[in-house]
Design a protein around this ligand. Structure first.
Ligand SMILES: Nc1ncnc2c1ncn2[C@@H]1O[C@H](COP(=O)(O)OP(=O)(O)OP(=O)(O)O)[C@@H](O)[C@H]1O
Length: 222
């Protein structure tokens, strides 16, 4: 499902080059859930950005479902992301002026689907994450955990093959984090989607099929 070969990212902006990822190798199979842990500054967000095609590697490549991201120009990469990849960021990135249901529907609308059916599908996803009663509220009227569940619904609305999560339980209390874990279990049981979850939360990491540690630019099994 996901293959990284010789993935290298060097930041050259500062006075000295900084090699954050160094010929990193990674394979994730369909339906698999992988946690990525590592100390602050080890390159977890950098890795996630490369996996999602938000950033380009200095060397090496990311292959998703047989497609090398290096072979796609920006427009094609945007379409590929919309079709195959879902993102959940720590701070949600929901649009304040839209309702929860509209936020979830957006990836479908961007893809060219009609608003009516897109919002219908969004409502079905909100139901699945236990947010149906809050669908008409704007993000500012929701709690942190509720916003996070909306963000997860938005990541899943397109039936992606791969979901990338950056600290999905960061800033959440234990009960809310627990409900997100339970939801991920249900999703893992009912879809073939692969998850890569970057986290400092050891209970979230322990909940995945395996954990990889990022250190000195490479991944190793924990
Ligand atoms: N655009 C950039 N230009 C230069 N250096 C960068 C850039 N982005 C990140 N870095 C550096 O690369 C290193 C890895 O950053 P990254 O954000 O990937 O780490 P992280 O493991 O996600 O950290 P944290 O757990 O603290 O969020 C850090 O030393 C950071 O300062």
């Amino acid at each position: 499902m996901l293959d990284c070969r010789g993935l290298t990212r060097v930041y050259s902006e500062g006075p000295q080059d900084l090699t954050v990822l160094d010929s990193l190798e990674m394979t994730v199979h369909a339906g698999e859930r992988v946690a990525v842990v590592g100390s602050s500054g080890s390159g977890k967000t950098t890795l996630l950005n490369l996996l999602g095609g938000v950033d380009r590697p200095t060397a090496g490549e990311v292959v998703i479902g047989g497609q090398s991201l290096a072979g796609l120009n920006e427009a094609a990469l945007g379409r590929f992301r919309n079709r195959y990849i879902g993102f959940v960021y720590q701070f949600h990135h929901l649009l304040a002026e839209f309702t929860a249901a509209e936020n979830v529907a957006l990836p479908l609308i961007i893809r060219g689907e009609k608003r009516g059916p897109a919002v219908e599908r969004a409502r079905a996803l909100l139901e699945r994450v236990g947010m149906a009663p809050r669908g008409e509220h704007k993000p500012g009227e929701l709690s942190g955990g509720e916003r996070q569940r909306v963000a997860i619904a938005r990541a899943l609305v397109t039936d992606p093959s791969l979901v990338l999560m950056d600290e999905p339980t960061g800033n959440l209390d234990q009960t809310t984090a627990g409900s997100i874990l339970a939801m991920m279990d249900e999703l893992a049981a009912t879809t073939d989607c692969a998850f890569v979850v970057v986290t400092h939360d050891l209970s979230l990491a322990a909940h995945q099929d395996r954990t990889l540690k990022l250190d000195k630019g490479r991944l190793s099994a924990v």
